[in-house]
Ligand binder design. Structure first.
Ligand code: ACO
Length: 439
């Protein structure tokens, strides 16, 4: 088998002693989205573009040995992880990684950002509590006609996003939906807690889902949640239950907390169940599956669920967690892009994406792949024009901010200003507030 055709599981500790081939962070092979369906015709939701972006900083298991009481051997044998990417540059944020991945997905599909109707950004480490990271991405890529919202379903979020995209497209409400999974978990991980800091990594993956008359695409989804397990995987502080305060910061409750063993047991159970349900909704069985792309949390979870319970052979399961760790909701789209680069996906293939995570949540979907993964390159002119479009989006954003600023600081029309003054109620003298806010 050629190097780039090797199963992700071949990188497992102890297997062939294989050392992973570094994957270059470059734009995937270009292709072109198929034409949109005719009005009134059959509609399908096809993935027509894909891209990922990860920070350049690599932290190996050996690096972590210098930070916490752990060992490369423990991390490899318990999880399969060898290294992870970390957003070390403060300018690398969830939105910047997400926008970079989204641009690559649009490039692959050769679709202009102005054609995007909706941006769904799944993340557990958003740019802010609000506004949505998706809105920041919308501005950054110049998707001037898109609605945008964030989706919170932890590591299952990307598959939840695909389900939402499919719904919008099949309902006729959208032609193009960008679904992004993006995380900078390194910013909410406690780097003194060896139970969690060795597991997670940063990165983003995106797909462009398009309305199409080519049968297949996202065929069926299975979504689930069990909120009784909410505290098994949680960032306790920073929300309305425990707003950020000196106390929450000093006791570290703004960091990820996890009951690893319980999450492990839950994950093994739901991965198999969700896969079976999504496949049966699509009228398929495990024998029909060409490739499973599971959430990349722990190699042992994949082995116990997909390989042992579902009995899907390892050459039909894609794993790349060795190089990225658990990038939460970004893990499935990043793995999809690398599976495409490794020529493991071709038109007509039946794929399964399956994830689990905080919530607790789980999600699976069955996809019949509908577009070529190695179509002819898009001409230099279109590609240059699109790059110029991204520069124009940045300029437009600055211009809009400048116009708002000018409205704020420049003296308004005297008549308008006088009218505003008359409408503005005069502030009441400040009253003394007695007692604490808990009274
Ligand atoms: N290095 C060395 N020793 C460690 C480390 C470490 N990094 N972490 C824990 N240990 C120790 C423990 O303290 C324990 O020691 P003890 O026996 O003296 O108490 C011992 O190793 C075994 O610990 P376990 O928790 O039993 O280890 P386990 O084999 O269960 O592996 C792990 C732990 C890797 C966390 C596993 O339970 C797991 O992967 N769980 C699922 C986690 C997951 O996938 N979470 C993400 C969900 S997705 C999302 O929404 C973000």
């Amino acid at each position: 088998m050629a190097e780039n055709e090797r199963s992700g599981l071949d990188y497992a500790p102890g297997r062939n002693g294989a050392s992973p081939t570094p994957i270059k962070d470059e734009a995937p092979t270009q292709t072109t989205a198929p034409p949109l369906p005719q009005p009134g015709g059959a509609r399908y939701a096809q993935i027509v573009g894909w891209g990922y972006h990860v920070p350049s900083k690599v932290i190996t298991n050996h690096d972590l040995e210098q930070i916490v009481d752990t060992s490369d051997e423990w991390i490899r044998t318990r999880t399969g992880i060898e290294e992870r990417r970390v957003a070390a540059d403060p300018n690398e944020t969830t939105a910047s990684l997400a926008a970079a991945a989204a641009r690559k997905a649009l490039d692959v599909a050769d679709v202009h950002p102005s054609k995007v109707d909706l941006i769904i950004c799944s993340t557990s480490s958003p740019e802010y509590i609000f506004p949505a990271t998706a809105s920041v991405v919308q501005d950054a890529i110049g998707a001037v006609n898109a609605g945008a919202f964030d989706l919170s379903a932890a590591c299952s979020g990307f598959v939840y996003g695909l389900a939402m995209a499919r719904g919008h497209i099949l309902a006729g409400d959208a032609e193009y939906v960008l679904v992004i999974g993006a995380e900078t978990l390194s910013r909410i991980v406690d780097w003194t807690d060896r139970n969690t800091c060795v597991l997670f990594g940063d990165g983003a993956g995106a797909v462009l889902v398009a309305a199409s008359d080519v049968p297949g695409g996202i065929m069926a989804t299975e979504l689930g949640s069990d909120g009784s397990g909410a505290d098994m995987l949680i960032v306790p502080a920073g929300g309305s239950a425990h707003p950020a305060s000196l106390e929450t910061v000093s006791n570290g409750s703004h960091f990820i907390k996890m009951e690893g063993k319980a999450v492990f047991r839950f994950a093994v159970r739901v991965m198999a169940e969700a896969t079976t349900k999504a496949l049966s909704r699509a009228g398929l069985t495990t024998d029909d599956v060409d490739l499973v792309i599971p959430h990349q949390a722990n190699l042992r979870i994949v082995q116990n669920s997909v390989l042992r319970q579902l009995k899907i052979p390892e050459d039909r399961v894609f794993v790349n967690l060795q190089r990225y760790g658990n990038t939460s909701t970004a893990s499935i789209p990043i793995a999809l892009c690398e599976a495409i680069e490794a020529k493991k996906v071709k038109p007509g293939d039946n794929l399964v994406f399956v994830g689990f995570g905080g919530g607790l949540t789980w999600a699976a979907c069955a996809v019949k792949w509908g577009v070529p993964t190695a179509a002819p390159e898009v001409g230099w002119w279109r590609s240059t024009r699109r790059q110029a479009g991204y520069q124009a989006a940045a300029a437009r954003s600055m211009w809009r901010r400048a116009v708002r600023w000018m409205y704020d600081v420049w003296p308004a029309d005297p008549e308008e200003a006088a009218a505003e003054d008359n409408e503005t109620p005069k502030p009441e003298p400040t009253k003394q507030v007695s007692g604490s806010r808990n009274n």
